[in-house]
Design a protein around this ligand. Structure first.
Ligand SMILES: *Cc1c(COP(=O)(O)O)cnc(C)c1O
Length: 393
C-alpha cells in the first residue's frame, strides 16, 4: 500500500480512538428483536428503531416469502427502466391514501430520499431554513443542492421567525425539519412552523422517519398529531423503522411527484427495491393501520420509562417519544456506561459526536411495544445501579 495513505489511515483511526470516538459494529447472531443474540449470549435490545416489533413479525415474513416465490429476488433494473412492478405502484397508492396526499413516490432508503428530494428541488437561488438537529441526510441533501443554508437553534421558533423576516430576495424558501428528532426524541413544533411558513410565504418539508406508526391517532405521524397534514408541502418518511422493512416515501402533489421522478437522481440512478421488501412494508403499514393496540402498548411503556428514569434523576433532555436519550456528556463515559450495560445483558449504544453536538454524548434508549413489563423493570434496576456507579444520578 502507498506509505502516505497507510499513515493517513493509521493516524486518523488512532486519533478517533484517543477521543473515545472510534466506532465498531455489533454483530447480531439472529433476528433484530426485543431480545438479540451476540456470541451466543442473549441481550435485551433497547436500541432498535423497530418500535412495534414488526421486523420479525410473522405477517411481514410471510408477505416477503410469498412475494419472492411469485416474483423473484432482485428487481433487475431501476424504476424508470423496467424495475417497477405492480407491487411498487400499489404501495405508493396505499401510502398516498393513508397520508391523504395526491401522490407518493418510494425511494430505496430515507437517506437517499432526502438527498434526492432536496438536491433536485432546490438550488443556489433558494434558501433552506433547517433545524440544527436535523438528520445528517437532510444536511447532506442541502449541501448537494447548493442552496443557501440557514440553520436555526434547535426548536427555536423566534430565531426561525427572525431568519424568515431577514432572508428574502430568493426564488424559493423552505423550512425543513425532522418531525421527531432522532437523537433527542423531542418533536418539532409543527403547528408553529406551519403558522410561520404561512405568514412568511415559505414551503415546509418534514421527515417523519421516527413518527410514522408511532405518532398520531391513526399512526400517520407528527403531521397528524399536530393536525397540519394539509399544510405540509413535502412529507417524507421511512419504511425502515416502525414499519419494519426498508425504503422511504415522499408524499405531496401530483406535480411534485412527477418532478421528482424526472429529477431526483437518487431515485433515477439506482436499482428498484426488491418486491419482497415492498410487500413486507405494505404488510407493516396494514398492521399499523388496523392494530392501534400495538401503538398504545408502545406509548404506555414509553411513559413508564420517562417517569421512572426522571424520578431516578437522569437527564432525558426534552424527550416526548420512545426515543429516550440519557445524557452523559463525556464520550468516554458514555461508552463505559454502554459497556457496563452490555456486561449486564442490556444492549444500548452510546451516541457520540459528531452524531450529536460536542459534550452531549449520551445513551440512546429506545422502547419497543414488545418489551415486557419485567424487562422494563430489569432495565430500570440496572440503569439505576450503573448510573450511581458512574455518578450520573
Ligand atoms: C433513519 C433516518 C433517516 C434515514 O432513513 P434510512 O431509511 O435508514 O436511510 C432519515 N431521516 C431521519 C430523521 C432518520 O431518523
Amino acid at each position: 500500500m502507498n506509505e502516505n495513505f497507510r499513515l493517513f489511515l493509521t493516524r486518523e483511526l488512532e486519533s478517533l480512538n484517543q477521543k473515545g470516538l472510534k466506532r465498531q459494529m455489533q454483530i447480531l447472531d439472529g433476528a433484530q428483536d426485543a431480545h438479540v443474540y451476540i456470541n451466543g449470549k442473549e441481550y435485551l435490545n433497547f436500541c432498535s428503531n423497530n418500535y412495534l416489533g414488526l421486523v420479525n413479525h410473522n405477517r411481514l415474513k410471510k408477505a416477503a416469502i410469498e412475494e419472492i416465490e411469485a416474483n423473484g429476488v432482485g428487481s433487475g433494473a431501476s424504476r424508470l427502466v423496467c424495475g417497477t412492478l405492480k407491487v411498487h405502484q400499489l404501495l405508493e397508492e396505499k401510502i398516498a391514501q393513508f397520508k391523504g396526499a395526491e401522490s407518493c413516490l418510494i425511494f430505496n432508503t430515507g437517506y437517499m430520499a432526502n438527498l434526492g428530494i432536496i438536491s433536485s428541488l432546490f438550488d443556489a437561488n433558494d434558501i433552506i431554513f433547517c433545524d440544527k438537529f436535523n438528520h445528517a441526510s437532510i444536511i447532506d441533501g442541502i449541501m448537494l443542492s447548493g442552496a443557501k443554508l440557514k440553520r436555526y437553534p434547535h426548536g427555536d421558533m423566534s430565531a426561525l421567525e427572525e431568519m424568515l423576516r431577514k432572508e428574502t430576495g430568493c426564488r424559493k424558501r423552505v423550512i425543513i425539519t425532522d418531525s421527531v428528532f432522532s437523537m433527542d426524541g423531542d418533536m418539532a413544533p409543527l403547528d408553529k412552523i406551519v403558522f410561520l411558513a404561512k405568514k412568511y410565504d415559505c414551503l415546509v418539508m418534514i421527515d417523519e422517519a421516527h413518527a410514522l406508526g408511532v405518532l398520531g391517532k391513526n399512526g400517520k405521524g407528527a403531521a397528524e398529531y399536530f393536525g397540519v397534514e394539509k399544510d405540509i408541502d413535502i412529507q417524507m418518511g421511512t419504511l425502515s423503522k416502525a414499519v419494519g422493512s426498508l425504503g422511504a416515501y415522499v408524499c405531496g402533489s401530483k406535480d411534485l411527484i412527477s418532478f421528482l421522478i424526472n429529477r431526483a437522481r437518487s431515485f433515477i440512478y439506482t436499482t428498484a427495491l426488491p418486491t419482497s421488501v415492498i410487500a413486507a412494508a405494505s404488510e407493516g403499514l396494514d398492521i399499523i393501520q388496523t392494530d392501534s393496540l400495538l401503538r398504545k402498548e408502545l406509548w404506555n411503556k414509553t411513559f413508564f420509562l420517562h417517569n421512572n428514569l426522571r424520578k431516578m434523576g437522569f437527564d432525558l433532555l426534552n424527550t416526548q417519544t420512545p426515543i429516550i436519550p440519557i445524557l452523559v456528556k463525556d464520550a468516554v463515559k458514555a461508552v463505559k456506561f454502554s459497556q457496563r450495560l452490555f456486561e449486564k445483558g442490556i444492549l444500548i449504544s452510546a451516541i457520540r459526536p459528531p452524531t450529536v453536538p460536542p459534550h452531549t454524548a449520551r445513551l440512546r434508549l429506545t422502547v419497543m411495544a414488545t418489551h415486557t413489563q419485567q424487562e422494563l423493570e430489569k432495565l430500570l434496576d440496572v440503569l439505576e445501579r450503573i448510573g450511581q456507579e458512574l455518578c450520573l444520578i
